[in-house]
Write a protein that binds this ligand. Sequence first.
Ligand SMILES: Nc1nc2c(ncn2[C@@H]2O[C@H](COP(=O)(O)OP(=O)(O)OP(=O)(O)O)[C@@H](O)[C@H]2O)c(=O)[nH]1
Ligand SMILES: [Zn+2]
Length: 219
Amino acid sequence: MSTTVPDTTLSASATVRARVGVTLDRATGRRAELVTFHGLPDGAEHVACVLPAPRTAADRAPLVRLHSECLTGDVFGSARCDCGPQLDEALRLIAEEGGAVLYLRQEGRGIGLYNKLDTYLLQDRQIDTFEANRRIGRGADERDYSAAAAMLRALGLDRIRLLTNNPDKTAQLRALGIDVAAVVPTGVHLTAENAGYLEAKARLGGHTLSGQRGEVPWN
Ligand SMILES: Nc1nc2c(ncn2[C@@H]2O[C@H](COP(=O)(O)OP(=O)(O)OP(=O)(O)O)[C@@H](O)[C@H]2O)c(=O)[nH]1
Ligand SMILES: [Zn+2]
């Protein structure tokens, strides 16, 4: 699913507003910093969760996940999608070697929570996840990652390894001047309930769902 690739010349800059220490009891038990920003291009309250590199970590680009908000999956643990397990996986992997999760307030691939829930009603009638967005007059995927690029720059993370199965994230970040040195696939968190959704993402959205671990150099 390719969205509009942003123009690098429009690439916004942001600065760090606050760094707040927290312990991530649910996912890892590790200390982390929640970072807020001034000047994000879309005005949304995106937040970065930064985990320091353990002393033993190899000297390589930090691991980063762009996680789009999914209240149903992340908070309630809905099995309609794979977001909750992906977030926990990202926090675990990033705690092991250092890096950041950017928690992006892009609920429903950018259409918002109520609209996403409306599309769930359509999906209950066998309409796929992308077509359901279109049926309510919205884009299949309305996300752009300009704010994410600005956050990475403000954190000094210009060169990263990106944890994703979504090629659009990599393409957009690169167009915005972030050096994505490698792509690390996320696991495939398949359930009976999310099988159709994952199949549509692979077939229509170009997501790689090999289930393979191991990073792919990006060039
Ligand atoms: N509109 C819509 N949004 C959904 C649906 N299921 C999950 N989402 C949203 O999709 C976003 C997660 O995007 P995904 O495409 O699953 O994954 P991704 O983050 O783009 O890609 P990965 O990095 O590989 O995980 C979150 O904002 C979810 O709220 C759905 O059926 N319809
Ligand atoms: Zn989800």
